[in-house]
Ligand binder design. Structure first.
Ligand code: ADP
Ligand code: MG
Length: 677
C-alpha cells in the first residue's frame, strides 16, 4: 500500500464507505492520513471502579448481566454491570439494542464515557467499549474527534486510519534535516502518528508544533520564491518629473494628506527602477486611494506608456473614469483616458479596441473586460488594480501577459491585511499604508438598532433626509425566498416607500441590466434619488459624498470587514455619517457586531475577522479554503518569524526544492494562490 492507493485497498473499507469518505474529499490513503482531527477527548486516564467520580471516566473491567429491553415504544435501554477487583458500576445505553448480545462475558474491556446521575443512580452513560486485547481506538487514550458529516462516524475514520498506521510510521521526512535540527521539530512520521494516535499529551503538543511549523514554512517559502522570481524580471523605467506632479497637485480642490504624499513618493521611486514594482497600497475606505493611483498613472502616461486600471464592478469603473477624467483635465491628459466595460455597445467597444491598439488611449479604465483577447496594449507599462482582493490570480496574470515585459503593478485594497498575515502570505511584498484620512472627515457613528425600534429610527432618518442628505439601505438578498429568510431588496424597497413620504427611492442589484444599474447610480449621485436600496453591489468604492446614512438589514449575516466597507460609503464629506445595523431579530445582536460600534479601525476589525473566521474570510472568496490552515495559528508571530527565517535560509543555501517531493508540491500550489503579481 502507498499514499496513492485507493481507500478500498484498506482492510474494512468497501465501496460504500469509500463513497462516504469522498464526501469529505478523501479519495486515497494519502488524503486519509492528511485528514487531521479537529479536537481530542482525553480518555487516557484509566481508573479503578472504586476511584471514579462524576465526569469523563475510563475503566478496565469485566461485564456481567448485560440485558436490553424496550421501556416504551421507541425507547430501548441496555443495562450492564461492569466490575473490577475494587467494585462494580452500572452501564447504560439508550437505543443501541445490539449492545447486550455483542458483549462477551469474562473478558476485560476498556470502557470510556460520562459517569453521571441517571434515574437517581450513578451510571456510565452510552460508553464506548473495546477489548483490552485489541488496539483500543475509541477508549483508554486521547481520542481524536474528526469533523463529522451525516451518516459518518469518527469511529469509521479512526478504524481506517488505524489500518494504515504502519504506513504512517514509515512516512519519509518532508523537511530538510537541518531545519528539523535547528527548530527542534518532531520527525514527520512521528508527528502525523501522534496527531492521529496521541501518546502522552506533550507528544501531541510537539506534533502540532511540527505540523503547524510546516504549514507556515510552506506559505512563507512560496511567498519568498515569488518575490525572488519577480526580482529577476525587468520592467520599463518611468522617470519622475517633479514639475508635472506639482502641476497636478496644484489643480486639486484639496491638499493631499501627508499619508497620500508619502505613498505617492514611494510609488514614483518604484517606477524609476528597472525592476517591476509590486506594491500593495492599503488604505481604509475614504482615505483617498484614487488620487494616488491617478498620480502614478500620470507619470507613466507622460512617457507614452499605457496604463490599465481594473476595477471589480462596472459601477466602480465608470465612477473612476469620471473622477480620473476630471482630475486629468486641467493638465490636458483627459482625452487619453478611455473606458472599457462589458455593457458598451459593440461599435463603441471596437472603437475602444482600435484606439487602445494605436496608443491613442493611454489610460484604459475598466472591469474584467480589459482582459478580453481583443484588448491589445502594446505599450502597457503600469497595471493598477483596485480592490485587488476581488480578483483572482488568473485574472491578474492575463492582464499582465498583455505587456511584452513585466509591467509595474500597483494593487489597492481597503481591506487591511493584518501584519502577521501580510508577512506570511506576501513575504517581501512592498506594502504602503495610507494611514490617515483627509482631515475634514468625522468618523461614522455606528449603532446596532433593535428591529423593535424601527419607528424611532425612521424619525431620525426622516430629519436627516429632509435636510438634504441621502441614504443607502443594504439587504442580503434580492428577492423574497423560502430558503433564506432575510430581508430582500424588493421588500425593503416597498416598505421604505410606505414609510417615507415625498421621498424618491431607487433600487439596485446585481441581476439588473447594467444600464439600469448605471442609471440608478447616476441618479443617486446627482441627488435625483434620496434613498438607494441595494445589495452589496455598492460595497466597494462607490463615492457619493452627500450620502450620510448606511442602513444594513440582517446585519449579522455580513462579515465585519464587509460592513466596515459598507459604512465607508458614508461620511465621505464634512457631513456626519451614520451606520445603522439592524439584526434579523431582537434577540441577542451578535457580539461580533458590537466591535463595529466601538471601533472604526479597519485593521483591528480585520484582525478580529482573522481570529474569528480565519484568513480565508479576509482574503477573497477565490482563495478561500486553500489558505485556511489546519493547525497553525496565523496570529502566532513567534512561529511566523521562525518559519520566515528558515525559509530564507532554505533559499540562501540554494536547497533544491525538487529533492523534497511533498514540500515541492505544496509550495507550487501555494505560489499560485498567494502570487500578487
Ligand atoms: P478610497 O480610498 O476609499 O478609494 P477615494 O479615492 O474614493 O477613497 O476618495 C474618497 C473621497 O475623498 C473622494 O471624494 C476624494 O475626492 C476625496 N479626497 C481624496 N483625497 C483627499 C484629500 N487629501 N482631502 C480631501 N478630500 C480628499
Ligand atoms: Mg476606492
Amino acid at each position: 500500500m502507498t499514499l496513492d492507493s485507493p481507500l478500498t485497498s484498506i482492510k474494512g473499507v468497501g465501496a460504500e464507505l469509500a463513497k462516504k469518505f469522498s464526501n469529505l474529499n478523501i479519495h486515497d490513503v494519502g488524503e486519509l492520513i492528511n485528514y487531521y482531527p479537529r479536537r481530542y477527548d482525553d480518555y487516557s486516564l484509566i481508573q479503578r471502579v472504586s476511584q471514579i467520580r462524576p465526569g469523563v471516566v475510563t475503566i478496565k473491567a469485566v461485564i456481567k448481566q448485560a440485558r436490553g429491553r424496550y421501556v416504551r415504544r421507541g425507547l430501548h435501554i441496555t443495562e450492564a454491570i461492569a466490575s473490577d477487583e475494587t467494585g462494580s458500576v452500572r452501564l447504560v445505553w439508550f437505543n443501541q439494542p445490539y449492545r447486550a448480545t455483542a458483549i462477551k462475558p469474562d473478558i476485560e474491556y476498556y470502557i470510556s464515557g460520562q459517569f453521571e446521575l441517571s434515574y437517581r443512580r450513578l451510571s456510565i452513560m452510552n460508553p464506548s467499549m473495546e477489548l483490552v486485547s485489541d488496539f483500543p481506538i475509541n477508549t483508554a487514550r486521547i481520542v481524536p474527534i474528526y469533523k463529522q458529516i451525516k451518516g459518518f462516524k469518527s469511529t469509521d475514520i479512526r478504524k481506517a486510519i488505524r489500518s494504515v498506521s504502519n504506513l504512517i510510521e514509515s512516512l519519509p521526512e518532508t523537511l530538510p534535516s537541518w531545519i528539523i535540527k535547528d527548530q527542534k521539530l518532531m520527525d514527520y512520521n512521528k508527528a502525523v502518528f501522534n496527531i492521529h494516535f496521541p501518546g502522552k499529551s506533550n507528544d501531541l503538543v510537539r506534533a502540532k508544533q511540527r505540523l503547524g511549523f510546516e504549514e507556515v514554512f510552506e506559505l512563507v517559502l512560496a511567498a519568498l520564491l515569488n518575490k525572488y522570481e519577480l526580482l529577476k524580471e525587468k520592467s520599463v523605467v518611468v522617470p519622475f518629473k517633479q514639475s508635472l506632479a506639482r502641476q497636478f497637485v496644484s489643480h486639486l480642490p484639496f491638499q493631499l494628506t501627508a499619508a497620500q504624499r508619502k505613498v505617492v513618493w514611494r510609488i514614483y521611486q518604484d517606477l524609476e527602477k528597472t525592476q517591476p514594482m509590486n506594491r500593495l497600497v492599503e488604505g481604509d475606505v475614504g482615505s483617498g486611494k484614487t488620487v494616488v493611483a491617478t498620480m502614478a498613472a500620470l507619470m507613466a502616461m507622460e512617457q507614452s506608456y499605457q496604463v490599465a486600471f481594473m476595477a471589480p464592478t462596472e459601477l466602480l469603473a465608470r465612477q473612476h473614469a469620471n473622477t480620473i477624467h476630471s482630475l486629468l483635465k486641467p493638465l490636458g491628459f483627459d482625452n487619453q483616458v478611455g473606458l472599457l466595460v462589458g455593457s458598451l455597445s459593440q461599435s463603441r467597444k471596437s472603437q475602444a479596441y482600435k484606439r487602445i491598439k494605436s496608443g491613442d488611449i493611454r489610460m484604459i479604465i475598466g472591469t474584467q473586460a480589459l482582459i478580453a483577447e481583443k484588448v491589445d496594449m502594446p505599450k502597457l507599462g503600469l497595471i493598477i488594480i483596485d480592490e485587488q482582493h476581488r480578483f483572482g490570480v488568473e485574472q491578474r496574470k492575463k492582464l499582465q501577459a498583455k505587456a511584452g515585459h513585466m509591467p509595474h503593478v500597483l494593487s489597492m485594497t481597503a481591506t487591511p491585511i493584518p501584519r502577521s498575515l501580510a508577512l506570511t502570505l506576501y513575504g517581501e511584498l512592498d506594502i504602503s499604508v495610507i494611514d490617515s484620512k483627509p482631515t475634514n472627515r468625522k468618523s461614522v457613528v455606528t449603532s446596532i438598532i433593535s428591529p423593535n425600534s424601527r419607528a424611532q429610527l425612521y424619525d431620525k432618518i426622516d430629519k436627516e433626509l429632509s435636510s438634504g442628505r441621502q441614504m443607502f439601505v443594504v439587504c442580503p438578498q434580492i428577492h423574497e425566498s423560502d430558503i433564506a429568510s432575510g430581508t430582500s431588496v424588493e421588500s425593503a424597497y416597498d416598505q421604505i416607500k410606505k414609510v417615507f413620504n415625498n421621498i424618491r427611492v431607487g433600487l439596485i442589484h446585481g441581476q439588473q441590466k447594467s444600464d439600469i444599474k448605471n442609471q440608478s447610480m447616476a441618479d443617486f449621485a446627482s441627488q435625483k434619488l434620496d434613498i438607494l436600496v441595494s445589495t452589496t453591489v455598492i460595497e466597494v468604492g462607490v463615492d457619493v459624498p452627500n450620502a450620510t446614512i448606511m442602513l444594513i438589514e440582517n446585519a449579522e449575516r455580513f462579515g465585519l470587514a464587509q460592513i466596515h466597507q459598507l459604512r465607508g460609503r458614508v461620511g465621505r464629506s464634512a457631513h456626519q455619517g451614520y451606520c445603522y445595523l439592524i439584526p434579523s431579530d431582537s434577540k441577542a445582536p451578535s457580539s461580533r457586531l458590537r466591535a463595529l460600534e466601538s471601533s472604526t479601525d479597519g485593521f483591528a476589525l480585520a484582525e478580529l475577522d482573522l481570529k474569528l473566521r480565519g484568513p480565508g474570510a479576509i482574503y477573497g472568496s477565490l482563495q478561500h479554503g486553500q489558505l485556511d490552515l489546519r493547525i497553525a495559528n496565523l496570529t502566532d508571530t513567534k512561529l511566523i518569524s521562525a518559519a520566515r527565517q528558515a525559509a530564507q535560509q532554505f533559499i540562501d543555501k540554494s536547497e533544491n526544492l525538487l529533492k523534497y517531493k511533498q514540500l515541492h508540491s505544496q509550495v507550487k500550489k501555494l505560489r499560485a494562490v498567494t502570487n500578487l503579481n
